[in-house]
Write a protein that binds this ligand. Structure first.
Ligand SMILES: [Zn+2]
Ligand SMILES: [Zn+2]
Length: 334
């Protein structure tokens, strides 16, 4: 798993962020990608291919695509085919990757990179203490915060509400959920999206960003001592980091393609389970405006159930779903 970078749209501040320096971490929205750039497959491959790996889909089974890019974003010429001997197929997948080397050492680190790496390192270090400072209270605090920050904060707020505008919420609720996302400590936040920068709430959050997770850490320590800190901050944030990262890696490698998206996105049930529905990533690439990612009844999508509930009690409005025309257009045998 540790073998690929996020092959599509939004780079994330993950383990030593394999991002080209030109992509600012402050532009990151996790559990997905920004609306404006989604689906620009070519661009995506070109940008991403200068990161950790080149990604290629040699043959996805139905022959509808062959996407190959090299580090400069140009298509592979026949004489370069020899280089493909270095390419390796990912286990149980039809995706092939080629290792690149300039992730850590051949790049310039700016202050934000270093800060991000510091936070990530600190959280992982906290995790080392987890086996020695465990109790049920700490476990449930971590679990609760995983749901609150991961589901309400990242998938529901940052991704579906703010990034894709899949539904509308009253401001007080929109802000509350966005605040949950800030506590996920994913070094980004929603301040990059569209007109959000003009809203005082998001300006405030952006300028005081790190203070909020810090305040939570202090609160946790006061409530339950070191075990709460280790589990509620360390284990929980690292858990959510890695799940976020899975959406952008595993969901382009393992799983089924239900829609003719012309890219590598897959529907992956086990990522969906961990990531509150975000694993139905081929669905998402097909209908990125949709508030619902798990489109079949059996495609578990916890985030959607919450949105549906909010809609039922009148809080979520303008809830967008795939149209029938669009479904037909995206169908694979179309
Ligand atoms: Zn994707
Ligand atoms: Zn998205």
């Amino acid at each position: 798993m540790a073998l690929i970078s996020s092959p599509v749209i939004k780079p994330k501040p993950f383990p030593f962020s394999p991002l080209p320096p030109s992509i600012k971490l402050s532009k990151v929205l996790n559990f997905g990608h920004r609306t404006t750039q989604t689906h620009q497959l070519k661009t995506t491959f070109r940008r991403q291919s200068s990161s950790l790996f080149d990604v290629s889909n040699k043959n996805n089974g139905n022959g509808k695509m062959q996407a190959v890019a090299d580090a400069n974003g140009t298509s592979l010429e026949p004489e370069e085919a020899e280089q493909q001997r270095n390419w390796r197929r990912i286990l149980l997948s039809d995706v092939v990757v080629k290792r690149k080397r300039q992730v850590l050492w051949g790049r310039k680190w700016n202050a934000l990179d270093i800060g991000t790496a510091g936070v990530i390192l600190a959280m992982h270090t906290l995790c080392l203490f987890a086996p020695f400072y465990v109790n049920w209270g700490a476990f449930w605090v971590a679990f609760g915060l995983y749901v609150v920050t991961g589901l309400l904060g990242i998938t529901l707020s940052f991704h579906r509400n703010l990034s894709h505008r899949s539904f509308k919420l009253p401001k007080w609720l929109e802000y509350s959920f966005a605040y949950c996302g800030v506590l996920a400590l994913q070094c980004g936040g929603p301040s990059n999206v569209g007109d959000l920068e003009k809203q005082p709430f998001y300006q405030f959050v952006k300028s005081t960003y790190i203070l909020h997770p810090l305040a939570l850490a202090v609160l946790l320590y006061a409530a339950g001592g070191f075990p709460f800190l280790v589990w509620g901050m360390g284990v929980r944030t690292v858990w959510v980091f890695h799940i976020t990262w899975l959406v952008n890696s595993a969901c382009h490698v393992w799983g089924k393609q239900t829609w003719n998206t012309g890219d590598l996105s897959r529907n992956n049930w086990w990522v969906a389970l961990l990531a509150f529905g975000e694993g139905w990533h081929n669905n998402h690439h097909a209908f990125e405006y949709s508030a619902r990612h798990g489109l079949e009844w059996w495609q578990l999508d916890m985030t959607w159930y919450v949105v549906r509930f909010l809609q039922a009690i009148g809080l979520a409005t303008d809830v967008k779903l795939p149209t029938e025309v669009h479904r037909q257009r995206m169908a694979i045998n179309n």
